[in-house]
Design a protein around this ligand. Sequence first.
Ligand SMILES: N[C@@H](CCC(=O)N[C@@H](CS)C(=O)NCC(=O)O)C(=O)O
Length: 241
Amino acid sequence: MKYQLLYWPGIPGRGEFVRLALEEAGAVYRDVAREPGPDGGTGALLRLLAARHASRPPFAPPILIAGRQVIAQTANILLYLGARHRLAPADEAGRLWVHQLQLTVADLVAEVHDTHHPLGIGLYYEQQKAAARRRTAEFRRERLPKFLGYFEALLRRHPRDAPYVLGRRFCYADLSLFQIVTGLEYAFPRAFKAQARRYARLRSLAARIAGRPRIATYLASPRRIPFNEDGIFRHYPALQR
Ligand SMILES: N[C@@H](CCC(=O)N[C@@H](CS)C(=O)NCC(=O)O)C(=O)O
């Protein structure tokens, strides 16, 4: 199966959670909107989003095309890939648990986005900077420790030689936690450093994921898009204190 991923070019964004799973699976895929030519670029993505006559039209990217299936919603795409590439448990309860974790990651991602766009996505960050400062202060103080503390506690339920969120068994939620940890470290280095000791297991999970052979190759490749100030995890000096 050759997959097609459709996501905004130039940002890691929510597409990155899907890329990490595809890369770890060793899957063959096209990152369509990053390809030049008439079949690629943002045009390919916009055409798909405009195709409302399709049987299951997606609302927003990331979108995965797998044969005749068009699948959207990051957590939904990972549910699909997890089952097909052994990136999730085979039993229903285990699959739902990993999906639940991914949905919690999605909630966190939405809140991270709202730190720089608290009033709305129709305005530039510069037009909502004062509100962004207030929102980010609350995020750093209340929400960051609540989300990361939750994931850290899940990891601490297992002995140190069982480093993944499920214990010894690796799953796609571990990849997503890697992206969350590295993204938050990029966006809020001061806050992250100040709280880092509380998240020792999360940080060590992130380091372990970065060292997985396929992920290490991917991270060193041009396929990995660096964090930047158009994505979800943005570093703005004004939002650091
Ligand atoms: N819950 C969705 C959110 C999708 C989403 O917000 N996608 C963004 C890009 S990261 C987008 O293009 N949204 C367009 C819009 O909401 O109008 C998911 O996790 O995939």
